[in-house]
Design a protein. Structure first.
Length: 163
């Protein structure tokens, strides 16, 4: 999973990952609460409690988007959704990544919601502000399709860690 993710991030040494954790999320909107709890516990273990508020907001938005937009019809009632949260820490950065089974681009097209090119227009939208929040609270974000036998995509957000 790291190879395509690294393509969208500033260069990092994959062997320098100092911590990683992941959890499968059920296809229920209550999974967002579980994702926040998992994030709190993981960040606490890594001594990053001070980053929880921003990271939890971004994790909540990414997981909500995966549950709302990336699951096949009827999957929200299924126990195993194919949505998974990954947290990866390097010495100077933290990446939150949410894997889902959809291959659709997470940023809707023009007139359908968030558009990074039209930031000032996005604040007035009734929905689609999740990626605006991800963009605002993280130091960068992106997505890539999965390859090989895995189908779907990963949407990730980067947080720079300062000593």
């Amino acid at each position: 999973m790291l190879e395509p993710l690294r393509q969208g991030l500033p260069p990092v040494d994959p062997s320098a990952v100092s911590g990683s954790a992941s959890c499968a999320l059920p296809a229920q909107f209550e999974a967002v609460r579980g994702a926040r709890s998992f994030t709190r516990s993981t960040l606490s273990q890594w001594g990053l409690d001070d980053r929880f508020d921003d990271v939890a907001l971004v994790v909540s938005e990414l997981v909500t988007n995966a549950l709302r937009h990336a699951l096949p019809a009827g999957a929200v009632a299924a126990p195993e959704s194919g949505v998974r949260l990954h947290l990866m820490r390097w010495s100077t950065r933290l990446v939150c990544a949410v894997r889902d089974p959809s291959e659709d681009c997470p940023a809707p097209g023009e007139g359908e919601g968030f558009s990074p090119e039209r930031l000032d227009e996005n604040c007035d939208l009734e929905s689609g502000r999740g990626l605006f929040l991800v963009d605002s609270y993280s130091d960068g974000w992106g997505w890539h399709p999965l390859a090989g036998r895995l189908t779907g995509k990963v949407v990730w957000a980067l947080f720079m860690l300062h000593d």
